[in-house]
Design a protein around this ligand. Structure first.
Ligand SMILES: Cc1ncc(COP(=O)(O)O)c(C=O)c1O
Length: 459
């Protein structure tokens, strides 16, 4: 007769008790053992995913040879070319003149991987970085970045962490000053900050003269807070000769003069993002403005197509996968969810392992193209979460495993972030920052024959 289940469990009790006793015995008598057990777990279990799928690696282009299957479970990755980054930096330098460059690496360096990007920029002599969140700054510190790190998004909480990590937040209210002062006292350090002016964005910053006066007043009771910089942000810098740009610069100058007259002398003064760097000389004159804050230019995009011809940049990120399934469908057969594409004739369909969960926008279905064998092929039907389909009928010799470029160059063709953005009515910034976390970033150097450096733990 089967035992009632409770009795079956009771019959296991002695064995369980022995196991429990043995465990307690080992833990109590050997604390070193439990510590090494924890270390073993963190080395062999907790860290494992970081060293494989989602963890950017530094390898040379030849090693990559488009066979990342060895490393990742699918052939989809984003390659980050340090040589292109260096080229773009040299273009930024050509425009920046004597201004210091604050390299904007917020939002994981616009999706490129903040740590490897910042590390390469340090090797190229950059010593000032812009992040949006304190935790992004801490990530850079933990990776050994020692220069100035400006927290552009401001300090919303945990000011101690900001001060302890020598991060420099944008601040703009008396409350921010008081909080930073307290954090400075608690941590025994001086807190550096940049005062943010709202000269026209209506986003964040000191907006009126009376707000500026209140801020100056608050600084009098905050001897441990140093205003190391003065900043503002342009709302129309990517639009050629927009009149509001000059008006914002004028408001900045006035506020700066007022601060100087009050005895506050911000060392770094900046308003120029990529758009201003490309087309507004007054925003990086080396005197009133002695620092610039480019982001998108670093990554090889101009902020608008109008400014693109001035820029001469090279895309840093290319997004690649390969064909994992091929079939021919008959005329009239529909493709993907809701049958939004119908084969007009017998059609060769390639399935590729990338979808909207990777940041390949759902609206690319029936709208975007990819590159295969150096030719353009349309994405047909709705983009699924993890896959999408491409009409490859016109591509001769197409085969399983063929490389598919979603973003980047193949042969003489290139798909740019600007092109993808236009297809769905957005901007290149959104295309780049949308490349999902599960797409491995593989750092390459198209100008180096050898491995330039090994990835650090935090990359
Ligand atoms: C405050 C601030 N500065 C600089 C930048 C960099 O702008 P861009 O990428 O257009 O150069 C940004 C980007 O959004 C920003 O928010």
């Amino acid at each position: 007769m089967r035992q009632p289940s409770i009795f079956r469990h009771l019959s296991l009790l002695p064995a369980l008790q022995i196991c429990l006793l043995l465990t307690c015995f080992l833990v109590l008598l050997s604390p070193g053992l439990s510590a090494s057990g924890a270390r073993f777990f963190s080395a062999h279990c907790a860290d494992r995913p970081r060293s494989t799928a989602t963890h950017p690696q530094v390898i040379s282009r030849s090693q990559m040879a488009f066979s990342p299957q060895n490393r990742f479970s699918r052939p989809t990755s984003a390659q980050i070319d340090l040589a292109a980054l260096r080229h773009n930096l040299s273009r930024i330098r050509a425009f920046a003149g004597t201004c210091r460059i604050l390299a904007v690496v917020k939002a994981n360096a616009y999706g490129h991987g903040a740590v490897p990007i910042a590390q390469e920029l340090v090797r190229q002599g950059i010593s000032c970085f812009g992040v949006s969140l304190a935790e992004e700054g801490v990530e850079l510190r933990q990776a050994g970045i020692t220069g100035d790190i400006i927290v552009l998004g401001g300090a919303w909480s945990d000011d101690d962490e900001i001060v302890l990590n020598d991060l420099t937040p944008f601040i703009f209210t008396p409350e921010h000053v008081a909080r930073l002062e307290k954090a400075a006292l608690r941590t025994g350090k001086t807190a550096k900050a940049h005062l943010k002016l709202d000269t026209g964005m209506s986003r964040v910053g000191v907006i009126t003269d009376s707000e500026l006066d209140a801020f100056i007043e608050a600084l009098k009771s905050a001897p441990h807070v140093v205003i190391d910089g003065l900043a503002s942000h342009l709302a129309n810098s990517e639009i050629l000769t927009h009149p509001e740009n000059a008006a914002q610069i004028q408001r900045f100058r006035q506020a700066h003069a007022h601060l100087e007259a009050s005895g506050i002398h911000p060392k770094w003064r900046h308003i120029a993002n990529s758009g201003a760097l490309l087309q507004i000389d007054a925003a990086h004159d080396g005197q009133e403005f002695n620092q610039v804050r480019p982001g998108i230019m670093l990554y090889g995009q101009a902020p608008s197509s109008e400014l693109s011809p001035l820029a001469d940049l090279r895309a840093v990120l290319s997004w690649r996968t390969s064909i994992t399934h091929l079939k021919t469908i008959e005329a009239g057969r529909r493709v993907s969810y809701n049958g939004r594409w119908c084969a007009p004739a017998a059609t060769r369909i390639a399935t590729i392992p990338v979808g909207y969960a990777d940041g390949y926008n759902r609206r690319f279905g029936n709208a975007a193209e990819v590159l295969i064998r150096g030719q353009r092929a349309p994405v047909v039907g709705t983009v699924c979460m993890d896959m999408c389909m491409v009409d490859v009928t016109r591509i001769e010799g197409v085969g399983l495993g063929d490389e598919v470029v979603l973003l980047g160059r193949q042969g003489t063709q290139e798909i740019t972030a600007e092109e993808l953005a236009k297809r769905i009515g957005t901007i290149p910034y959104e295309i780049l920052t949308s490349v999902g976390a599960r797409v491995p970033r593989v750092v390459v150097d198209s100008e180096a024959s050898a491995i330039p450096h090994r990835a650090t733990d935090s990359e």
